[in-house]
Design a protein. Structure first.
Length: 265
């Protein structure tokens, strides 16, 4: 494990847009050296998000029907297509400066996958990555085994990955399905992939712990997967002013030289 350190925070259940704005603010502060590396863990209210490369046809319900179901629709600055977040899904947003020795997007994306693979293993599910597909995948027929997609009976996505970098500071992250209502993914074509379904820990093994419990207990797995020393996750789910809690009075600076990278997929 490297000597670099990061603090981790559980934000509770929050709507997507305020957390997206918070990420943008923190990325700017991190790029200008006003804060250290940190990791945000959150459970979102139902939302469909569209990346820069999103095909509007992959949102299968109109705005009014989404609103009737209490689902927000948000355009984001990340790369990639369409994804869904909702209660029962652990979402992780690392705000990490990859300079000077980690300026490798593939390595970083693989580290996010490793975190989810380790989380799944703790919960009795074996998973892995699939060539040509972003995210973490399982064999729905044999969730306790993973020898790779060619040997799987039916692959399904357990976790999505999407990142964007600004001056080599990371934004967005991964979404890991614990007990999320899988019907939510029926409102979209997840990441534009029609050939494979989406699954969850609950569907695979019949039960799943609460998002809060996983978030507050995952610092060791975050440390291993991200090759950082991550302190015990701090619960700030009851804090109303997250910006002040996480960034203090640090002055916001504008970011530049943004790079669009793989979106949630």
């Amino acid at each position: 494990m490297g000597e670099r350190q990061a603090k981790a925070y559980f934000l509770g259940r929050r709507r997507y847009e305020p957390i997206h704005a918070l990420q943008q603010h923190l990325v700017s502060l991190r790029a200008d050296g006003h804060i250290e590396d940190l990791i945000l863990l959150v459970e979102h209210e139902p939302v469909v998000t569209l990346g820069r490369a999103a095909d509007a046809g992959n949102v299968l319900l109109g705005d009014e029907l989404l609103a009737e179901r209490g689902v927000d629709l948000v355009q984001t600055g990340r790369g990639g297509d369409v994804t869904y977040h909702g209660p029962g899904q652990l979402v992780c947003y690392p705000i990490l400066d990859l300079k000077p020795d980690r300026c490798d997007v593939r390595r970083y994306v693989r580290s996010l996958a490793e975190v989810m693979i380790l989380l799944a293993r703790e919960l009795g599910v074996e998973s892995g990555v699939v060539d040509g597909l972003i995210g973490v995948w399982v064999d729905r027929e044999k969730p306790g085994e993973w020898a790779g997609a060619p040997w799987a009976g039916e692959i399904a996505k357990l976790g999505a990955i999407g990142v964007r970098l600004s001056r080599w500071v990371t934004m967005h992250g991964f979404a890991f399905n614990l007990s999320v209502d899988l019907n939510g993914f029926g409102m979209i074509v997840p990441c534009g992939i029609r050939d494979h379904g989406v699954t969850s820990i609950e569907e695979l093994v019949g039960r799943a712990p609460a998002v809060r419990d996983v978030a507050l207990g995952c610092h060791v797995i975050l440390s291993r997967g991200l090759e950082l020393s991550v302190a015990q996750v701090e619960d700030i789910s009851d804090v109303s002013d997250l910006e002040a809690a996480l960034a203090g009075q640090s002055r916001t600076s504008s970011s530049s030289a943004e790079q669009e990278k793989p979106g949630f997929g």
